[in-house]
Design a protein around this ligand. Structure first.
Ligand SMILES: C[S@@+](CC[C@H](N)C(=O)[O-])C[C@H]1O[C@@H](n2cnc3c(N)ncnc32)[C@H](O)[C@@H]1O
Length: 217
């Protein structure tokens, strides 16, 4: 991503710090908020969000716009979801999370934001939420499971209108022993219908995790 200061993507960049434009000064996960030119901006902490870390580590592509609809798999409490909600103000963030505990926080977040649609489901069972999810532009996945690539392929197969994706590869969820590079290459070779445009190693913000930017073949 080109680092400019204040841009039309609802992002503010200050050196290596990213902020997203928010409608309120309310903090979501303890992050600092600041007022710039009369608007509120929330610090996008790279230690808490792999997407912020990926941009700081040199991810060149920014597929999100104000109107993007995002299918987010592995939403947890909504840390990264909240920043996408700031950016895609006129779009929809379909946030799928399996565990009840983080989901309760995600629900509270969605109460204050009209563009977050929380879904308490297993991302392996696409048929349980596909009827509810419409016009996906971008798939974002951050799921720490051994079959993470299969989960991605299954969702990509159902939401065929999605042309772009961001996929976190969690190396140690696939194998705790094998060489990192080998696991990454094997995982990439198993991605069905998307090609890898860029891969970003998230160290030092995240160990043994990579962010892949993908486009449909
Ligand atoms: C590392 S956390 C995600 C953090 C989040 N992406 C963020 O940046 O704010 C991974 C989440 O995936 C969820 N998860 C694991 N397996 C899942 C599945 N099969 N379907 C949906 N969510 C799943 C976990 O419960 C966990 O909350």
């Amino acid at each position: 991503m080109k680092l400019s200061t204040l841009d039309s993507r609802r992002i503010y960049i200050e050196g290596k710090k990213l902020y997203t434009k928010s409608d309120t000064a309310r903090s979501v996960y303890g992050e600092v908020t600041k007022k710039i030119s009369g608007s509120y901006y929330r610090y996008w902490n790279p230690k808490r969000s792999k997407l912020s870390a990926a941009f700081i580590k040199g991810l060149k592509f920014f597929p999100f716009s104000e109107t993007s609809n995002v299918l987010y798999l592995g939403a947890s409490t909504g840390t990264t979801v909240s920043h996408l909600s700031d950016i895609c103000v006129l779009g929809k963030i379909y946030a799928v999370e399996l565990s009840y505990e983080p989901f309760t926080k995600l629900l509270s977040l969605a109460e204050n934001r009209t563009n977050i649609y929380p879904i308490l489901e297993d991302a392996n069972l696409v048929e349980r939420y596909s009827f509810f999810v419409e016009n996906v532009d971008i798939i974002y996945q951050d799921i720490s499971q051994r079959n993470q690539i299969q989960i991605f392929n299954n969702n990509a197969d159902v939401f065929r209108e999605a042309r772009k994706a961001l996929l976190v590869i969690k190396i140690r969820a696939i194998s705790s022993r094998q060489n990192e590079e080998e696991i990454l290459n094997k995982a990439i070779s198993e991605i069905d219908d998307f090609r890898v445009i860029q891969k970003v190693n998230l160290v030092p913000y995240d160990k043994a995790n990579y962010m892949l930017y993908l486009e449909r073949k």
